[in-house]
Design a protein around this ligand. Sequence first.
Ligand code: ADP
Ligand code: MG
Length: 338
Amino acid sequence: MDKIKLLSDAIANQIAAGEVVQRPASVVKELLENSIDAGALNLKLIVKESGKTLIQVIDDGSGMSPTDARMSFERHATSKIKESIDLFNIRTMGFRGEALASIAAVAQVEMKTRREEDEVGTLIRIEGSEVVEQDFIQAAKGTSIAVKNLFFNVPARRKFLKSNPVEMKHIIEEFQRVALAHPDVSFILYHNDIEVMNLPAARLSKRITDALDKSYRDQLAKCEIETDVVKITGYVGKPQSAKKTKGDQYFFVNKRFIKSNYLHHAVVNAFESAIPEGTHPFYTLFLEIHPENIDINIHPTKTEIKFDNEQLIYAVLRSAVKQSIGVYNLTPSIDFDA
Ligand code: ADP
Ligand code: MG
């Protein structure tokens, strides 16, 4: 007798959720990015008990039709790409069509959404991949998605969530990353009904001080360079603002937060003797690279990425940072190669 069976959608989604949804902060990231992709200008994030009981994002973006609202929870359902060639020209945060399906497989989700042109909005309630309610409702333009009781049906995962302060720290990190990438969008964060952060739309320098650390105010050195392969903009901290603790180092490639030890090394290398050993320079740097020359499809969370011209980007970045902090003037003797 044959033994192989196709898994049900609910189980397949739950397995996929294992990769995309590791903790409340992963949900925060996916929801905020969806709102950004929907063109929202005002975002509200409401969490309770560090996201363990509630993670809600309310946006004023495009909203969805009733059919799209239902479709958005299907796995591999996306409005962002259509054919495989689109994978090489990604300009949105999302494209895998997996997040909402994964989240709905491991939580109780309530979505309210309305497009500007529609008179009534749509309400959908879905629990463990099962739609339990769909209705027409009065709703503001945009989308509100409330994710309740994450991992309610996966006790093993719920048990492994960390303490509230730790989970909240991860949430704030994701919130800060998205907020830094989009200074022109306003963000508010509430935790247990208390306003934790309120970031009005602003220029990048103000967003940095609002979202990260007020003391960076007079410490930001502008970084700007444009070549054929990469355009770099943003700020690095002046050498004297380097901290003993790590954490305020941000790279965004086409507005997507990424981690790269290789590029980090380029920045640190540019600072060389300008900062004391064991201290970490601040940076928020935006790299614009033609989507054809990067591959963001390495990992579901999309924080790792592959560059075609890695070495060239390293060199451009290093010299851009050197220029902006004036290392050339500070230590001309060790810069023979410059
Ligand atoms: P992806 O973002 O990779 O497309 P998701 O599962 O995150 O996949 O979302 C599925 C689809 O639902 C999106 O492609 C988009 O069309 C729609 N969607 C999700 N969130 C929103 C939102 N906040 N506003 C408008 N549309 C949304
Ligand atoms: Mg998405």
